[in-house]
Design a protein around this ligand. Structure first.
Ligand code: ADP
Ligand code: MG
Length: 641
């Protein structure tokens, strides 16, 4: 069955070549129990690894069942290890993260067997070795002898036609060693081909053939006759390829979760970058969306067809507050124009308002008879001032709801007399609560005819601004041009500027978009940094778990199984991180919306994009470490501690 011809194997140690096998030729027949003996360092393990397709010879030919192994692809070799060989190692090499049953069943996962049937067979194998009770235990709870029996059960799981045992009793006490040897010779009687490496002559007595090697060469080969039965084949019921793929995916998934749970803190720290990045992106987009809605709603209330005229050169004009160029007569000029519906001068002053024994600071805003309407303010109670009252500089005011609360203690203020900077005014109306949410509620707002503000309080003929409402059938841009032309002619120069609510809307939208882009960019950087974090941890994880990778390869995992498992682990880290990030964003949204009064609107798109992004990060940054893991040489991985 196994035929080696002139096998040589040399290792590079520094600049020197060391020849561990110097031309070994041997033929092993089906059903033999071969003991390979020799001193430490003579090349026994090297030979065994070559026979088990864990390692390849430097030269020479190896034929297994008539097929030349040197032509086999890595996948084909993995399949051989999976279906033909069963390995038993000196140090058992069980996976600490799996329980006994899962350890035994593992080779069948790679063979594509369904869960039910592979676990059934694993149980049977364990039962035959007297380990039924330990099936659910973790391997570190078992004695050495028990662990070695578990590893024998694993070797038999896919049939174990050829069992390769490298010093199987080397780490056991003599009693457990005898138990293991009894099991192996029973297996031999049942027709398994068994090759044992040992340096113990007593162990060699169980064998029907003893091969002794020394310094990489066979020096003795003794054969005894013995009785044995035909090997009964185990029935590995492999599923169809697609179903097996799904099954493997599920198993990889389970193993990934196990690995993550085994390193909880590390996993959480790794996720942190992703969590922050995703939460930031979603919150920023939601906050931008919310503010935009809110501002636009405010603008919509004012109406899109108003034009403000303000003193100075523009919003950037630092002197704008002090510039005094607009007068009531400018407002009068505009109010005579046909294309304007209503014109109101705006003026304001701040001072102290007193009612009874309460004194508070407040701003008094003066406007025309239409000013509340033009500014998008609604009355909750009472009335606004009339044109007559404006003409007469009547001492009447409309107060906002904040004033009602803090000045009148919630009582109905209509008809009450208040003092503003010691001047008496009668309250005639109360404003409805402003819904657009941009009110500074720390200051009271009181509205009066502009004439009253000028004549009774400020005495200045200059006003803060003029608000004009354009007639519905007039183009706002044309109206704006006309206003500019009129006032420029009147003033002799352009010492004022205008804005219409449409352009405010555009400016705000643009500003919000820029902000969103900026912060999203920063968040994106944090995502990339998070991704690099995931990559680092995965690289560490691969290094740390090289042994585990080696064991899996030895029992028949394909490179793609290893790739898949590490990739799933990386993607899982990122998706869970992304999920937590989304949750965090919602938590921020809850605090902002319900407790702080900001408005955040979450869109499904940003959440989907966030999830896709985190998955992509997992795949992109997880691929390299996963690929590294998958391309490891089985024997190199296995011999790493
Ligand atoms: P045995 O199992 O008989 O004790 P091995 O087959 O493990 O011996 O090793 C045979 C010789 O090859 C030893 O001298 C060992 O140092 C050397 N050797 C084995 N594996 C490697 C390796 N990966 N790199 C370098 N030298 C190795
Ligand atoms: Mg050895």
């Amino acid at each position: 069955m196994i035929k080696l011809e002139n096998i040589k194997k040399s290792f590079k140690i520094g600049d020197n070549e060391f020849e561990a096998l110097r031309g070994v030729s041997v033929e092993i027949k089906r059903g033999e129990l071969v003991a390979i003996i020799g001193q430490s360092g003579s090349g026994k393990s090297t030979l065994m690894n070559i026979i088990g397709c864990l390692d390849s010879p430097t030269s020479g030919s190896y034929t297994l069942d008539g097929a030349d192994i040197s032509r086999f692809s890595p996948d084909a070799l993995a399949k051989l290890r999976q279906q033909k060989f069963g390995f038993i190692f000196q140090r058992y090499n069980l996976l600490a993260s799996l329980n006994v049953l899962d350890n035994v069943a593992l080779p069948s996962i790679y063979a594509g067997e369904s869960r039910g049937s592979r676990e059934e067979r694993a149980s049977k194998n364990l039962e035959a070795l007297g380990l039924s009770e330990k099936a659910q235990n973790f391997t570190n709870k078992l004695s050495g002898g028990q662990q070695q029996r578990v590893s024998i059960a694993r070797a038999l799981q896919n049939g174990g036609e050829i069992i390769l045992a490298d010093e199987p009793t080397g780490a056991l006490d003599s009693k457990s060693g005898l138990v293991v040897m009894d099991i192996l010779s029973k297996l031999h009687k049942n027709g398994h081909t068994i090759i044992i490496v040992t340096h113990d002559p007593k162990i060699a007595e169980y064998a029907n053939r003893v091969i002794e090697i020394s310094d990489g060469l066979i020096i003795k080969d003794l054969v005894k006759k013995d009785e044995r039965n035909e090997l009964e084949k185990q029935k590995v019921r492999a599923k169809p390829a697609f179903l097996a793929f799904k099954d493997r995916l599920v198993e990889s998934f389970r193993m990934s979760i196990g690995a993550m749970l085994a390193h909880k803190l590390r996993s959480v720290l790794t996720m942190l970058g992703i969590i922050i990045g995703i939460a930031a992106v979603i919150s920023v987009v939601a906050l931008g969306q919310g503010s935009q809605e809110q501002i636009l709603a405010g603008i919509r209330k004012i109406g899109t067809n108003t034009i403000d005229v303000l003193p100075g050169k523009g919003f950037g004009d630092l002197r704008a507050n002090r510039v005094r160029t607009l007068t009531v007569s400018d407002a009068d000029t505009l109010s005579k124009q046909q294309f304007l519906d209503a014109v109101t001068p705006n003026t304001s002053t701040s001072g102290t308002v007193t009612f009874g024994s309460t004194s508070l600071s407040a701003t008094m805003r003066g406007g025309g008879a239409d000013s509340l309407e033009v500014n998008g303010l609604k009355l909750a109670k009472g009335r606004s001032f009339t044109k007559e009252e404006v003409d007469e500089s009547a001492a009447v005011v409309v107060v906002d709801d904040t004033s009602v609360k803090s000045l009148f203690g919630g009582a109905d203020p209509i008809g009450k007399r208040i003092l503003f900077d010691r001047q008496p005014f009668i309250v005639i109306g109360v404003l409805a609560r402003n819904e657009n949410g941009f009110n500074d509620t720390s200051i009271l707002r009181i509205y009066a005819p502009y004439t009253s503000v000028i004549n009774r309080l400020t005495g200045s003929r200059y006003i803060n601004s003029i608000t004009a409402r354009v007639k519905d059938d007039v183009n706002a841009q044309v109206a704006e041009k006309n206003i500019i032309a009129l006032l420029e002619a009147k003033h002799g120069k352009k010492d004022f500027f205008t804005r219409n609510s449409d352009s405010i809307k555009q400016t705000i939208e643009e500003t919000i978009r820029t902000m969103q882009l900026l912060i999203s960019g920063i968040a994106l950087i944090s995502l990339v940094v998070g991704g690099i974090g995931v990559m680092n941890i995965m690289l560490v994880s691969v290094t740390e778990r090289t042994k585990e990778i080696g064991i899996k390869m030895a029992i028949g995992a394909y490179a793609r199984d290893i790739l898949q498992q590490f990739l799933i682990e990386a993607v899982l880290l990122c998706i869970i991180g992304g999920g937590i990030g989304i949750g965090l964003a919602y938590a921020i949204g809850y605090v902002a919306n319900d407790l702080l009064g900001y408005k955040m609107i979450f869109s499904n798109t940003s959440i989907i994009v966030a999830l896709i992004t985190s998955t992509a990060i997992g795949i992109i940054f997880g691929y390299m470490p996963a690929k590294n893991a998958a391309s490891l040489n089985p024997i190199d991985a296995l011999s790493r501690e």
